[in-house]
Design a protein around this ligand. Structure first.
Ligand code: FES
Length: 107
């Protein structure tokens, strides 16, 4: 599987091209490319510092969020019913090549 390319919009509105490797979650791709994603729980859906927004169309192509993920997200800054994801819970998916990911405000 080849890498995905992501366009990441940071909290200042600047864009970054990010390579997402097939063995990474989306959070790992962001973190390993030096974006300010704290990921303090290490990817276990318990900190919400990896919160991102996806556009509604892309969001709609992914499966349902787990109960744990949703529970954290609804309490998170700027939560969007249609768009918010914990990036550690988004596994590599070739369909996500070329999408734009926006970092949510810091908690
Ligand atoms: S890294 Fe903590 S919830 Fe995703």
């Amino acid at each position: 599987m080849s890498n995905n390319q992501l366009t990441v919009v940071d909290r200042e509105g600047a864009t970054h091209d990010v390579e997402w490797e097939p063995d990474q979650t989306m959070m790992e791709a962001l973190r390993d490319n030096d974006l300010p994603v704290l990921a303090s729980c290490g990817g276990t859906a318990s900190c919400a510092t990896c919160h991102v927004f996806l556009d509604e169309k892309v969001f709609g192509t992914l499966g349902e969020r787990s109960e744990d993920e949703l529970e954290l997200l609804v309490e998170a800054e700027g939560y969007r019913e249609c768009g918010s994801r914990l990036s550690c819970q988004v596994g590599f998916n070739p369909d996500l090549d070329g999408v734009t990911v926006t970092l949510a405000p810091e908690e």
